[in-house]
Design a protein around this ligand. Structure first.
Ligand code: HEM
Length: 348
């Protein structure tokens, strides 16, 4: 049901510019007003969210660890520098792999129950499918977004736009040449969608907010593909419009057909939706304290910056000074054996 609602919603979104432009002739509204407003909402919403997150308190280290901490005997127990980073450089490297290679998703495992000898057995196995679908989808999206810069820049820089255009179309299939990223985006989204529809456990936890962004992005991709490969839209006229948007000299050439307005309306919807949705995981990964903090709490003393200065901290060393004698009497080990000697004996 959730998938159907989302599909219906995207379908309705396509109808709005279809009628708005073809029947009501609101070309400036759909070509200029909507995308500009959506862009402003996107920027303000995005910045607001990131600033709010950035200002929230992170007094202590809370990294997720999945490997050996630096031990007293590094020969015997080797530190896992990526899964238990303890310095800024190690953490930085972990973040780079997380952002560019989705490393934590790569380490994904799947748990299942098997029939053992008279009792069920739990088994864990590596599960790379989600990683593969996700990386195909995200890289394709990123490359398409970069290639779109040619609509907003004059002259078009060879790096990265021109070079990407060349590499992306390297197979030279069809005219205009097929972009690998177009195939990657559509296949990637379909696989991610299929996963939610087919796997019963994932299906059970999938909401409209999971299906809607996937279907919206799919509709953006399909409308773009339709424009490029079938409708063969007037890209020169479209560039006039897009350059007008960025230089504030708004024009909407007559030769631009409705498919472009549909594409842009769907993109505008995505821009408005983005800051208020799960898509904010994009900036969120950079701000995630479980990833971006070194795991050094046992090596460094982190003091909570808003501790009440009137309340004195009671560290273990102080505790041992206070209770060292009864501790020694009870046979408990002491860091400092002097703490176990009664005061009068020590003075004598
Ligand atoms: C979320 C952002 C966007 C996505 C995912 C997207 C996706 C796509 C895709 C997959 C294509 C097919 C051809 C290609 O890959 O270049 C395409 C084409 C196109 N897109 Fe987008 N698009 C986005 C934003 C925009 C924006 C903001 C504009 C302009 C205001 C735009 C204008 C166009 C045009 C004019 C084409 C046809 C290009 C041609 O014929 O070569 N797109 N888009």
């Amino acid at each position: 049901m959730n998938a159907l609602y989302s599909l219906l919603f995207v379908f309705l979104l396509v109808l709005i510019p279809l009628f708005g432009v073809d029947a009501a002739h609101m070309r400036t509204f759909f070509g200029v007003c909507i995308p500009t407003t959506a862009f402003i909402i996107f920027i303000i919403g995005f910045v607001y969210k990131v600033v709010t997150w950035g200002r929230s308190a992170v007094p202590f280290r809370i990294p997720t660890t999945g490997g050996q901490f630096k031990s007293f005997d590094p020969e015997l127990f080797k530190q896992n520098k990526l899964d238990c980073p303890q310095t800024g450089a190690q953490t930085f490297f972990r973040m780079v792999l997380e952002i560019f290679a989705f490393r934590s998703l790569f380490r994904n495992t799947q748990v299942s129950l098997h029939e053992g000898k008279g009792h069920p057995v739990v088994a864990y196995k590596s599960s790379k499918w989600l990683w593969l679908f996700a990386i195909t989808f995200h890289y394709s999206f990123f490359i398409i977004a970069l290639r779109h810069l040619r609509l907003f820049l004059e002259p078009i820089p060879f790096l990265p736009v021109g070079a990407l255009d060349f590499v992306d179309g390297i197979l030279q299939i069809g005219a205009p040449v097929m972009y690998l990223s177009d195939v990657g985006l559509v296949v990637g989204v379909l696989l991610l969608l299929g996963r939610r529809l087919v796997l019963p456990r994932i299906n059970y936890i999938s909401y409209v907010s999971d299906y809607f962004p996937l279907l919206l992005i799919l509709s953006i991709a399909l409308s773009g593909i339709y424009m490029r490969y079938y409708a063969k839209v007037d890209v020169i006229a479209i560039k006039e419009l897009t350059m007008g948007l960025v230089t504030f000299h708004y024009v909407v050439p007559e030769s631009i057909t409705v498919s472009f307005f549909i594409h842009v309306f769907l993109v505008s919807t995505l821009m408005v939706y983005f800051p208020f949705s799960k898509l904010m995981h994009m900036p969120g990964v950079f701000l995630s304290p479980t990833r971006n903090l070194p795991n050094d709490s046992r090596a460094k003393h982190h003091v909570n910056p808003w501790n009440d200065p009137n309340i004195k901290a009671h560290a273990y060393a102080d505790y041992e000074k206070e209770f060292g004698v009864p501790m020694a009497e009870a046979g408990l080990p002491l860091d400092n054996p002097e703490n176990g000697v009664p005061k009068d004996e020590a003075e004598a």
